[in-house]
Design a protein around this ligand. Structure first.
Ligand code: HSE
Length: 305
């Protein structure tokens, strides 16, 4: 097999949890980062867009850490890499920027080294790096994914992107790291809350698969993580309520936040204004970005790859 000189990979943003599906449910979004990777004698990194001036330009870069992991898995020694990142996914906002970096590095190196590692194994490697599968899975497969971990093995079912959904993202100016957002979660929860979340996560999945949009509002309610994370995200409950009041099918914290995600039938200025204003009332500036659910996971862009 001929090995390409350089590979370009496009990876989608993701929204995880969808309310109650903590560490389980995820959707790919039509907002993308791209990664261009080639082999080099010394490592050189260039970052454009989100994270420029912030992300490491060395082997500490997450895309390169993932590329290294893939090379180790494929038992190939690589002296260095040349990497260019072009990022549209904002960092530390609950939109899967670290997952996009990991998946981008793995998929690009897999192609570049002609390693031929399949999607389930790539998901396993990505989850080992990220710590949970619900962002890396849709970044890899696209559409809607449902994941669980059993004895360190990731199990994943992928569904096509639900059609007819527009996705509003209210992205506040401030960042919240996933590490911090996980540190505020309790070690134990009441049995009733666990039951509440299993039933509601199943309802979210049923609503998305059967395109039963009115079911989403109740289904997307959560008791496992959002109530504990509210202290980190002023206005969280108000923004969710404002989106629903303005006509959204349902709304939740996107991943570990601070972005709030809302679903609607079409791009709707009333929903945008309601979410923006609800954050504004707490003195927080937020931009509203509309996206679609992306059926496409990470893909090698043909021109280069
Ligand atoms: N399920 C993860 C969490 C997603 O909520 O911590 C992180 O974006």
């Amino acid at each position: 097999m001929s090995v390409p000189d350089a590979v370009k990979v496009q990876v989608p943003a993701t929204t995880a949890n969808l309310g109650p599906g903590f560490d389980c449910l995820g959707l790919a979004l039509s907002l993308y980062n791209s990664v261009e990777l080639s082999l080099s004698v010394i490592t050189e990194v260039e970052v454009a867009g989100e994270g420029a001036g912030q992300l490491p330009l060395s082997d500490a870069n997450l895309v390169l850490q993932a590329a290294h992991k893939l090379a180790t898995q494929a038992q190939v020694e690589v002296p260095g890499w040349r990497l260019r990142q072009d990022n549209s996914i904002p960092l530390a906002r609950g939109l899967g920027s670290s997952s996009a970096a990991i998946v981008g590095g793995l998929v690009a190196a897999n192609q570049l080294l002609a390693a031929n590692i399949g999607l389930p194994q790539l998901l396993q490697l990505a989850t080992e790096m990220e710590g949970h599968p619900d962002n890396v899975a849709p970044a890899l497969y696209g559409g809607l994914t449902v994941c669980g971990i059993e004895q360190d093995q990731v199990h994943c079912a992928a569904f096509p992107a639900p059609e007819g959904l527009s996705v509003a993202l209210a992205i506040p100016e401030f960042e919240v790291s996933t590490e911090l957002a996980r540190s505020v979660l309790p070690g134990e929860v009441p049995f009733a809350d666990a039951v509440f979340n299993t039933t509601h996560a199943a309802l979210v999945l049923a609503a998305l698969v059967s395109e039963d949009w009115p079911l989403l509002q109740v289904a997307m309610t959560d008791r496992l993580h959002q109530p504990y994370r509210a202290e980190l995200i002023p206005g969280m409950q108000e923004v969710i309520a404002a989106a629903i009041q303005a006509g959204a099918y349902g709304a939740a914290l996107s991943g570990s936040g601070p972005t709030i995600v809302a679903f609607a039938g079409h791009e709707d200025a009333t929903i945008s204004a309601a979410m923006r204003d609800a954050f504004q009332r707490r003195g927080i500036k937020a931009r509203i970005v509309w996206a679609r659910v992306s059926g496409q996971g990470a893909r090698v862009v043909p021109e280069l790859g």
